[in-house]
Design a protein around this ligand. Structure first.
Ligand SMILES: [Zn+2]
Length: 154
């Protein structure tokens, strides 16, 4: 970066975090040794990578454990989930949704209450997890197929 006034290369003096500013998170000091100009560059907060919130961290953990669970299930059941094609895959999703619907209905559709009240081993949360993992499989399967189609010469 060159000086606005004399076009000589300006030197970096240091970066400083800004504590209580709405818009900027950091200021960089630069100076021109030739004409003595001083330049401050303010860096916008919105460019900072924000730290993940607690719920997003929880989601991240779930996605990881889903991957392990699906890998393990594949060792035992192989690709049986897609043996009956797209209709079979859809019915598999629908069955999970039906179970969920049945369990939550009794709580006037309050899914939080249904989960909080649930004490069974294989309860509402298990059905939600199963549904989510099946959705992962269906989406991954189709994204792979669509990618494959694009790569095939026409
Ligand atoms: Zn200068």
């Amino acid at each position: 970066m060159n000086c606005w006034h004399c076009n000589t290369e300006i030197l970096w003096g240091g970066d400083h975090d800004i504590e209580d500013d709405e818009v900027f998170s950091m200021v960089t000091n630069l100076s021109c040794l030739k004409c003595g100009c001083h330049v401050e560059v303010y860096y916008p907060k919105e460019n900072d990578v924000k730290e993940k919130s607690d719920i997003i961290k929880e989601v991240e953990g779930l996605a990881k454990s889903d991957t392990s669970a699906l890998h393990e299930a594949e060792q035992s059941y192989g690709n049986s989930w897609k043996k009956r094609g797209g209709v079979g895959a859809y019915m598999m999703l629908a069955r999970k949704w039906d179970r969920l619907e049945q369990q939550v209905q009794g709580f006037h559709w309050d899914v939080f209450k249904a989960i909080a009240t649930d004490t069974r081993e294989e309860g509402v949360l298990d059905d939600i997890g199963d549904l989510r993992r099946y959705l992962f499989l269906v989406e991954a399967e189709m994204r792979m197929r669509l990618k494959g189609d694009k790569q095939k010469p026409k």
